[in-house]
Ligand binder design. Structure first.
Ligand code: SAM
Length: 249
């Protein structure tokens, strides 16, 4: 992160972070992430099947999953401020918004959850140990075969100016441990700078396999329109899909 960005970057789980994120321009995320997540998630395997949304933020995706596919969603976040926005802006009878510590899913039994989604969260959390613990917990609570869909900023697209965001500075190569800011376009056309934490694609894959998941399938969705936009050439986001496997005896 350049010094000027570092001074202005907002932290996600603060009141200011939640207020800024509430005003983001979501068009690109809605166009590229939401359909990929719904495709990978599929329909609930039974009535009352439960999906967990880890780091649900303002609840847009959790409510979309409940509305579009009929999943019962347990939507968890470490930020009471984000959850306040979620309960206000995206209430849905099929979604419970729950505050947790970002690490343990002790409220859920082993093999009790049918699917898990985590969208744009790992890039916001600087704590490798907490994410490793959370990833292992996701594997524990998922029933064998249950999908885990992890969507995030594409670490191979830093510096590209997309229509609604830029992750990191052009011309800089980032490595694990670096903290490039993400600049998000707001609904009023202004920009806000938020703190992020870089991990390579290989690191994402190894975080999943270390938690017991098979190596993920990687999807890099690009936009068809407009043809001259950066997002038609380079994927702003990546969508990783894996699934829980039975625990070894
Ligand atoms: C960029 S927002 C994404 C919110 C939402 N998933 C979305 O796609 O719009 C990141 C969210 O992750 C939350 N977060 C960060 N670290 C977390 C962790 N270890 N566990 C759960 N939530 C976390 C933050 O509080 C914030 O609400």
């Amino acid at each position: 992160m350049a010094d000027s960005d570092r001074a202005h970057a907002l932290i996600w789980d603060t009141a200011a972070g939640a207020a800024a994120y509430r005003r983001r321009d979501m068009r690109l995320a809605r166009q590229l992430i939401f359909p990929a997540v719904l495709d990978r998630l599929g329909s609930p395997p039974s009535s009352g099947a439960v999906a967990i949304d880890l780091g649900c933020g303002t609840g847009v995706l959790a409510a979309h999953i409940a509305r579009a596919r009929g999943w019962t969603v347990k939507a968890l976040d470490i930020s009471p401020h984000m959850l306040d926005v979620a309960r206000t802006d995206n209430p849905h009878p099929g979604v419970d918004y729950i505050l947790f510590g970002g690490r343990s899913l002790s409220e859920f039994e082993d093999d009790s959850i049918d699917a898990a989604v985590c969208c744009l969260v790992y890039c916001t959390d600087p704590d490798d140990h907490r994410l490793a613990a959370l990833t292992a917990e996701i594997h524990r609570v998922l029933r064998p075969g249950g999908p885990y869909i992890l969507a995030d900023l594409n670490p191979d697209a830093t510096g590209a100016q997309f229509s609604t965001l830029r992750y990191g500075e052009p011309g800089i190569t980032y490595a694990d441990g670096d903290s490039p800011a993400v600049v998000l376009r707001q609904l009023d056309g202004t920009d806000v700078t938020m703190a992020c934490h870089f991990r390579s694609s290989a690191t994402y894959a190894s975080m999943l396999t270390a938690a017991g998941f098979p190596a993920p399938e990687v999807e890099l969705p690009t936009a068809a329109m407009p043809p001259d936009a950066a997002e038609s050439r380079v994927a702003p986001y990546m969508v990783l899909t894996t699934h829980a496997v039975p625990a070894a005896d």
